[in-house]
Design a protein around this ligand. Structure first.
Ligand SMILES: [Zn+2]
Length: 60
């Protein structure tokens, strides 16, 4: 069974180290937490993904 541990999606920007959590959001900065397994997209696109996620959340 896979782990449910997630990591802050913006930890590189918001923290000095990865912030892990079992929640859907980072407990320290409130950003989306994402599965800690390697993402399928290029790491260079992580910030674009973050901005798209922010846009989605902004509509809530
Ligand atoms: Zn965070």
């Amino acid at each position: 069974m896979k782990s449910d541990i997630r990591v802050c999606s913006v930890w590189r920007d918001a923290h000095d180290r990865p912030v892990y959590t079992l929640s859907d959001t980072c407990p320290e900065c409130g950003a989306d937490a994402e599965n800690s397994t390697p993402a399928p997209f290029d790491p260079e696109d992580a910030y674009g993904e973050y901005r798209r996620a922010l846009k989605r959340r902004g509509r809530e």
